[in-house]
Design a protein around this ligand. Structure first.
Ligand code: ADP
Ligand code: MN
Ligand code: MN
Ligand code: MN
Length: 353
């Protein structure tokens, strides 16, 4: 008898596995995968059923996915696996109404030559127990509260650093993927954490925040823990923000730094209300966080200060000392649309020719 192994199909490393990622109507990441063979810089336009994501009617359900940034897929050992962040479009070629990236990208194009704005965003979030719906460290009995805040900020050890494994795994996955994270720390409330991205020019910091959120959601799957990006998941404890650090050429420059910082603060003061609207987060959840308590500012008035954690904008003390560097806008909600945040800052702080 002869051997006839004609159905032998070796594991193929020549194909590409590509996960298309986009934001749904609520700003929550969605993704679907396909097998491709083309060039990494030229993945094809694809589409999805917008009627299942709150982005279209059943009768006209198609929304287009246009790849805009490519990352390595950190979740598999396959050598040609990628994540691609997409913008959404109507079949008529118009950006979908939920595609806030398109506008931010165009604005960045208009200001980058003169101002070259950079952003670094600090994403705060809670890890929640799926069974209780409360953050890690909270007793399952809803009438009982955990230990008071104190040991959790930059906390170390059992009972202080709650859920570090998931956060560290996400941090390392981001580095593997090419998402530009630049640090992480335990936050003030139990089960609360922060990962920072940047500094990156224009929309790229916002892209990397969407990707960071995606990675955290992916790594929570099957763990019994979910990630809550809401600004105030638990009353009476610190809420979550997305402090947005920014600079322009002028602000980063040794000679023009002080003038650049002063001009930016003046411009920001005039448009405080507009910024709060664009920073408001999902379901306007920032209103619950920005109270003037728990290291937040009073939303009724614009304020700034050196090293101040109760101000709208903080001038880091080292920046104040040197006279140049960057400013920290502490107002954006953790659930903000980062494209709207960078759009607001570019509109206000950069000069549009
Ligand atoms: P905090 O003291 O507020 O907790 P972090 O260390 O958490 O500050 O975050 C600092 C952020 O500032 C990072 O996201 C980093 O990318 C960003 N950053 C640093 N330098 C600049 C700069 N020149 N322009 C914009 N962002 C910057
Ligand atoms: Mn921080
Ligand atoms: Mn923080
Ligand atoms: Mn901060």
């Amino acid at each position: 008898m002869s051997v006839d192994c004609h159905r032998y199909k070796p594991y193929s490393t020549s194909i590409k596995l590509v996960e298309y990622i986009w934001s749904d109507a609520k700003g929550v990441p969605r993704s679907k995968s396909r097998v491709l063979s083309g060039d990494v810089k030229n993945f094809p336009i694809w589409n999805f059923d917008g009627s299942s994501t709150g982005q279209a009617e059943t009768l006209k359900s198609e929304v287009w996915l246009v790849p805009k940034a490519v990352y390595q897929d950190p979740f598999t050992d396959h050598p040609n696996a990628y994540l691609t962040l997409c913008e959404t479009y109507e079949p008529s070629n118009e950006p979908h109404e939920t595609n806030t990236r398109a506008q931010a990208r165009q604005l960045h194009e208009a200001v980058k030559e003169k101002d070259d704005p950079w952003f670094g965003i600090e994403q705060e979030f809670f890890l929640m127990d799926s069974l209780t719906g409360r953050p890690l460290g909270f007793p399952s009995n809803p009438l009982q509260q955990p230990r008071a805040q104190g040991p959790f900020y930059c906390g170390v050890g059992e009972g202080n650093a709650l859920g570090r494994r998931i956060v560290t795994e996400a941090y390392l996955a981001c580095i593997k993927a090419g998402i530009k994270v630049c640090g992480m720390n335990g936050e003030v409330a139990p089960g609360q954490w922060e990962i920072q991205v940047g500094p990156l020019p224009g929309v790229e910091a916002a892209d990397d925040i969407i990707m960071l959120r995606y990675v955290l959601h992916r790594l929570s799957e099957g763990t019994g823990v979910y990630v809550d990006f809401g600004a105030k998941p638990v009353a009476d404890y610190n809420g979550s923000g997305a402090h947005t650090n920014f600079s322009t050429k002028a602000i980063r420059d040794e000679t023009s730094g002080r003038d650049g910082i002063e001009a930016a603060l003046k411009a920001l003061e005039k448009r405080h209300k507009h910024h709060l609207q664009l920073y408001s987060g999902r379901n306007n959840d920032n209103a619950l966080r920005l109270t003037g308590n728990h290291e937040t500012s009073d939303p009724k008035k614009f304020s700034y200060g050196v090293g101040a954690r109760d101000a709208s904008v903080r001038i880091p003390s080292q920046v104040h000392e040197k006279g140049y560097g960057y400013l920290e806008d502490r107002r954006p909600s953790s659930s903000c649309d980062p494209y709207l945040v960078v759009t607001a800052l570019m509109e206000t702080v950069c000069s549009i020719d």
